[in-house]
Design a protein. Structure first.
Lengths: 195, 182
C-alpha cells in the first residue's frame, strides 16, 4: 500500500499546485463530487467533451479573425496583366487588405465564439482559460483586431497548458486506481486561491 | 484544506436512485453547450430527476409540441415539470423560448428557469418579468438544482391541497428544503 500512498501524495501535491497557479478552480472539485458509481467516468467524459469543443472553437476563432481576399489575387492572375501592372495591382491589393481587415472582421461573431469558450472553460473549472477569454472579449468589444489576435494566441496557449495538466491529472488518477487505491478528493479549494 | 478518502474512485455523493415512491420530476434542459448539457444532466440525475437535454430553443419547442406539428394530446406521457434553459443561445435565446412557453395556454404553468454565465441585472429583470421562476448564474451548483426540485415538488403538493397558487422561490422558508434524494 506504500505505492498507493506515494501516488496519492503525488496526486494531491499536483492538484494543489494546479489550484494554486489558478489552472483549475473550485468548479473542477464540484465536478469530481458529482461523479458516482453509476457513472465512474463522468469527469473524464466532461473533460473530453471540453477538449473536443475547444479545439473546434479555436479553429473557428482563428478563421473568423482572418480576412481571406485571396480570390482577388486569383482574379488578377487571370487578367494576365503586364508585369509592371501586376506589381502595381499586387501592391494596391496589399494596402487594401491591410485597411479592410479592420472593417471586414465580424467582431460579433468572434465575440460569440469567445463567449462559448468562456462558458465551457468556466464549467470545467479551467480558470486561466476563462480569464483570458474575458480579456479577449474586451478587445472584441473595442473592435481591436490586433488585441484580438494577440489575445487569441494567449487563450490558445492557456488552453493547451490546462489540457496538458488535466491529462496528467487524469492519468495519475488511473495509476492510483490501478494500484488499488482511491483518489483523494479536495473537500474545498482553500479560500486564498478562490477568486 | 480537508481531504476526504472514501471508497470508490472519488468519495461519492448521494445515490442517484430515488427511494419510496417519491415522484420523479421530468426536467427539460436546453443548452447549446455540450459541456454544460452534460453537467446539468448529471446535476439533475443526482437530484432524482428524469432529464431530457436538447441543444436549442427550436428543439425544445419541438419536444414540447409547440412547433405546430403535433397535437397536445400526444404529449401526455412526456409531461415536463420544469424547464431549465441557457440564456445565450444561437437562433432562439432562452428569453425568447421563455416567452413562447409563457405565451402558450397549455404550457405556461410549467416553471422555467434561466441559466446564464453573465450576471446582468437588466437581463435578470426582463426574464423575471416575463415569468421565469428563477435566474441561475453559471456554473450551476448542486445546491441550486436541489433547491429548485424541492420547490417544484412542494409546489405540486400545495397545489393539490389548496388549488393553484403562484409562489416565487424566495418566498419559501429555508426549513422546507431537504437535501436527500427522496
Amino acid at each position: 500500500m506504500e505505492v498507493v500512498g506515494q501516488l496519492q501524495k503525488q496526486y494531491v501535491d499536483f492538484i494543489t499546485s494546479l489550484f494554486r497557479e489558478a489552472y483549475l478552480d473550485d468548479q473542477y472539485v464540484q465536478l469530481q463530487k458529482l461523479q458516482d458509481d453509476s457513472n465512474p467516468e463522468f469527469v473524464v467524459e466532461v473533460v473530453s467533451i471540453f477538449f473536443e469543443d475547444s479545439e473546434k472553437l479555436l479553429n473557428d476563432l482563428a478563421s473568423s479573425l482572418l480576412v481571406s481576399i485571396s480570390l482577388f489575387w486569383v482574379f488578377i492572375l487571370c487578367l494576365r496583366p503586364s508585369l509592371l501592372l501586376m506589381v502595381v495591382l499586387f501592391f494596391l491589393l496589399f494596402l487594401f487588405q491591410l485597411y479592410s481587415q479592420q472593417q471586414v472582421v465580424d467582431f460579433k461573431k468572434v465575440d460569440g465564439y469567445v463567449h462559448q469558450f468562456k462558458g465551457s472553460s468556466s464549467s470545467v473549472g479551467a480558470q486561466r482559460v476563462k480569464n483570458a477569454c474575458v480579456t479577449l472579449r474586451n478587445f472584441c468589444e473595442e473592435k481591436n483586431l490586433d488585441g484580438c489576435s494577440r489575445y487569441l494566441n494567449l487563450v490558445k496557449q492557456e488552453f493547451y497548458l490546462v489540457k496538458n495538466k488535466l491529462e496528467t491529472l487524469l492519468r495519475m488518477e488511473q495509476q492510483i486506481l490501478q494500484a488499488g487505491g482511491t483518489v483523494p478528493l479536495l473537500e474545498q479549494v482553500p479560500l486564498l486561491w478562490k477568486q | 484544506m480537508v481531504m476526504d478518502q472514501e471508497m470508490g474512485r472519488y468519495p461519492s455523493s448521494s445515490s442517484s436512485s430515488s427511494s419510496s415512491g417519491a415522484p420523479n420530476l421530468h426536467v427539460l434542459a436546453v443548452d447549446d453547450s455540450h459541456v454544460d448539457r452534460k453537467v446539468i444532466e448529471k446535476l439533475l440525475k443526482i437530484s432524482c430527476c428524469k432529464v431530457t437535454a436538447v441543444e436549442s430553443g427550436k428543439r425544445a419547442l419541438q419536444y414540447l409540441g409547440l412547433d405546430g406539428d403535433k397535437s397536445p394530446v400526444e404529449f401526455d406521457g412526456l409531461k415536463v415539470n420544469l424547464i431549465m434553459t441557457d440564456y445565450s443561445m444561437p437562433g432562439m435565446t432562452g428569453y425568447e423560448l421563455l416567452k413562447e412557453i409563457k405565451g402558450s395556454s397549455r404550457l405556461r404553468e410549467i416553471p422555467v428557469v434561466i441559466m446564464s454565465s453573465e450576471n446582468i441585472l437588466g437581463r435578470i429583470d426582463r426574464c423575471m418579468e416575463e415569468g421565469a421562476e428563477e435566474f441561475l448564474v453559471k456554473p450551476v451548483q448542486l445546491s441550486d438544482v436541489r433547491r429548485l426540485t424541492d420547490f417544484i415538488l412542494q409546489g405540486d403538493e400545495d397545489r393539490q391541497k389548496v388549488g393553484s397558487s403562484k409562489r416565487k422561490l424566495w418566498d419559501v422558508p429555508r426549513s422546507w428544503f431537504t437535501t436527500s434524494c427522496s
